[in-house]
Design a protein around this ligand. Structure first.
Ligand code: PEP
Ligand code: MN
Length: 351
C-alpha cells in the first residue's frame, strides 16, 4: 500500500502520519519525488489502516499495490532513482561506462587496465577478486589482496571500482575497498546475502539470475531496499535459452520493461550476455538504444591468457576506447549524454 501526500503537507504532519502508520506494527518508507511525497507501507497492515489514512489531512490518495515488490516499483517512486557515487551519477541521463577484466590477476595487470579505462573515458573499473566458478578446480580469484590492488589502481587513475561479493561475511571488507558491490547472476537469490546488503549504504549492482524472471529480479532487489539500502541498480547479463551459439541470450526487452516497472537504474552487461568479443560492440550500442543507463564490459590487455577464460568475450582496450568514442556521438541522439573527457572522479576508491 502507498499513501500519496498532498503538495502542501508539512514535514511535521508527514512525520505524524509516519508515526501513526508505524504504531500499527508496519514499516513506513518515505520517497520524495520532484512532484510528490509518497509513503510506502510495508508489512501486513490492518485492513482498517487504508480507511484511516484516507481520512487524515495531508493524505491525498491511498493505493494498494498488488505487485509482490513495492519499494522497487514505479508506483512507489515515480521518478528515476539517481545514484550519486562521488559525483558520478547513475540513472540521471548520463551514461556510465564500466570496464575492466573479469578477474583481478596482478597489481600490474589491474594498474595497466585502469590507466587504459580512464584514458578511454570510462568512469568505473570492474574486476573480480572473488570469482563464482562453475567448477571447484578453476581459479577462484585472488581474494582480499586483489581488492587492495584494485582500490590502489582506482585511486591512482581516478576511477570508481566495482567488484563481486558472494557471501554475507565478505560484504563489509568488499565495501571497504570498492565503491559498488556486484551481485552475480548465481547469487541473485542468495537471500542471506541480499539481507546483509540491505544493512549497508554502498551502491549495489544486482545481476539478473540467468533463469530469473523480471518479477524475481525485482523481488530480489526488494530485499535490499526493504533492509534500508536505497542504492540499487539492476543489471541484464543474458539469460539461458535454447540458443547455444552465444554463451547467453542478451534479453534487451529487460531494459524498457524494468524501466517501466521500476525506478531503479538499469545496466547492461554485453560481455556475459553474448560471450563473444565480436558481438560486444553491436550489443552495447543496442543496449544504449534500448535505454540502458550504463554498460559493464570486460576489457583485457592480454585476453588470450585471461585467468578465468573470459578472454574470448573481453574487448581489447582500443576497442573499448573506440566504443566510448562512438557512444559520445550516439548518446545525444538517444536522449542521453556521455563525455569521454571528464574531470577525474574525486578521491575515487578512498574510503
Ligand atoms: C562477472 O561479471 O565476471 C560474472 C561472473 O558475471 P555473472 O555473474 O553475470 O556471470
Ligand atoms: Mn567474467
Amino acid at each position: 500500500m502507498i499513501a500519496i501526500m498532498s503538495h502542501a503537507t508539512s514535514e511535521e504532519r508527514l512525520q505524524e502520519i509516519v508515526r501513526h502508520i508505524e504504531k500499527q506494527g508496519v514499516t513506513a518508507h518515505i520517497s520524495r519525488g520532484t512532484d510528490r511525497v509518497v509513503i510506502g507501507i510495508i508489512g501486513k497492515a490492518d485492513p482498517k489502516l487504508a480507511e484511516q489514512l484516507r481520512q487524515m489531512s495531508g493524505v491525498e490518495e491511498v493505493i494498494k499495490i498488488s505487485k509482490s515488490y513495492k519499494l522497487a516499483s514505479r508506483d512507489f517512486h515515480p521518478d528515476n532513482t539517481v545514484i550519486d557515487i562521488k559525483g558520478v551519477k547513475i540513472g540521471g541521463g548520463e551514461l556510465v561506462m564500466m570496464g575492466g577484466p573479469c578477474a583481478v590477476e596482478s597489481p600490474r595487470q589491474i594498474d595497466e587496465i585502469a590507466r587504459l579505462i580512464k584514458a578511454a573515458g570510462g568512469q568505473v573499473m570492474r574486476g573480480g577478486a572473488f570469482k563464482p566458478r562453475t567448477g571447484p578446480y578453476s581459479f577462484q580469484g585472488i581474494g582480499v589482496e586483489g581488492l587492495e590492488w584494485m582500490a590502489e589502481a582506482g585511486k591512482k587513475h581516478g576511477l570508481l571500482t566495482i567488484t563481486e561479493v558472494m557471501t554475507p561475511e565478505y560484504v563489509d571488507i568488499c565495501a571497504q575497498y570498492t565503491d559498488i558491490l556486484q551481485i552475480g547472476t548465481r547469487n541473485m537469490q542468495n537471500f542471506d546475502l541480499l539481507r546483509k546488503l540491505g544493512t549497508i549504504d554502498t551502491p549495489i549492482m544486482l545481476k539478473r539470475g540467468f533463469s530469473a524472471t523480471y518479477d524475481e529480479l525485482l523481488n530480489a532487489s526488494e530485499y535490499i531496499l526493504a533492509g534500508g539500502n536505497p542504492n540499487v541498480m539492476l543489471c541484464e547479463r543474458g539469460i539461458r535459452t535454447f540458443e547455444s551459439y552465444t554463451r547467453n541470450t542478451l534479453d534487451l526487452n529487460a531494459v524498457p520493461v524494468l524501466h517501466q516497472l521500476s525506478h531503479l537504474p538499469v545496466i547492461v552487461d554485453p560481455s556475459h550476455g553474448t560471450g563473444r568479443r565480436e558481438l560486444v560492440v553491436p550489443m552495447s550500442k543496442a543496449a544504449v538504444a534500448a535505454g540502458a543507463d550504463g554498460l559493464i564490459i570486460e576489457v583485457h590487455t592480454d585476453p588470450d591468457n585471461s585467468m578465468t577464460g573470459d578472454g574470448v568475450q573481453s574487448l581489447y582496450p582500443e576497442q573499448f576506447a573506440e566504443l566510448l568514442q562512438d557512444m559520445e556521438k550516439l548518446a545525444p541522439l538517444l536522449g542521453r549524454s556521455f563525455n569521454t573527457h571528464k574531470e577525474p572522479v574525486s578521491s575515487a576508491s578512498s574510503k
